[in-house]
Design a protein around this ligand. Sequence first.
Ligand SMILES: Cc1cc2nc3c(=O)[nH]c(=O)nc-3n(C[C@H](O)[C@H](O)[C@H](O)COP(=O)(O)O)c2cc1C
Length: 337
Amino acid sequence: MLAISPKLLLALPPEIAHEVAISGLRLFGRLPWRAQPYTCGKRTLFGCEFANPIGLAAGLDKDAIAVAGLARLGFGFVEVGTVTPRAQPGNPRPRLFRLPEHQALINRMGFNNQGVLAMVRRLDALRRRDQLAGTIIGANLGKNKDTPLAEAARDYTLCMEHLHPLVDYFTLNLSSPNTPGLRQLQHGDELSKLLYEVKEMQQRLGQGGAVTPLLLKVAPDLGDEDIERIAEQIVAHELDGLIATNTTLDRGIVAEHRLSDEAGGLSGAPLTSASRCIVQKFRRILPAELPIIGVGGISNVDEAQAMLNAGANLIQIYTSFIFKGPNLVRSLAQNIA
Ligand SMILES: Cc1cc2nc3c(=O)[nH]c(=O)nc-3n(C[C@H](O)[C@H](O)[C@H](O)COP(=O)(O)O)c2cc1C
């Protein structure tokens, strides 16, 4: 991967570039020494020790194929997934678009993944080989496209059961815009019912051992009332943290772009202030000790610092990593307070 420059990858069609990068990172992960995160800005949150506050956001390594290679780039944490109980192909291609003028992407991947058992096999092998020296691993969980919303909780709890001994935290992804109806689960009784069931599973799996922290990932397209209701539910169900935000459906900033009408979620620079604003609003109403991971359009030290100042305890990147490459990880990890 390090031999493959971001410029070369950006010359390839987006999804081919993604596949080449994942293959390169998988090989990079096979090098014999253990992957070491940068150790600057250490912090302990929801019981996990983070060597630095910079994480890779979900969606890049959906199947945990390249975890060791990604860890070698120095991330403090890597979130794999979104994984669903059963393998599914996702939406038809093309489904990933670059808007370089805006340092942005539009994607409608639709949770393409090989299913939870494939992820279990890879993470199990990684743990056995003891290849990681302190990189925190999270698993981002989703529901299969053909699982009715009323049965969604079962998909999340099933993934938890399988992955429970292998990851450091779980993220409930209720905020992808590319699985029909998924975002409805962020609201009202549907949210309450789902959180009740996943919390029960978390406690059951943790009996007599370590409880795996449970985080909720939300969309940026939320009104103030939504934010208040979600915060109430997070507290009521004693979740361990929040991740804000996923991609947006809003096209305001990129409206003039020829690709702006492509369906899917927009990420990258157009999201910077919207995600920060959502983090700020949640920070004002959530208990001060409840960790928030800020994600959305962070591409340099100032933006990372601004996200932390808005109330985030950790940050994640995705789109800027695609455009700028692995050097960004070092630059962020070594320069933010
Ligand atoms: C191609 C692509 C695929 C993504 N897939 C997922 C996913 O499977 N699960 C998820 O929770 N977020 C997914 N995301 C959202 C990112 O994790 C992140 O929340 C969002 O892109 C905002 O961060 P960014 O502006 O740094 O990219 C995806 C984003 C992109 C660009």
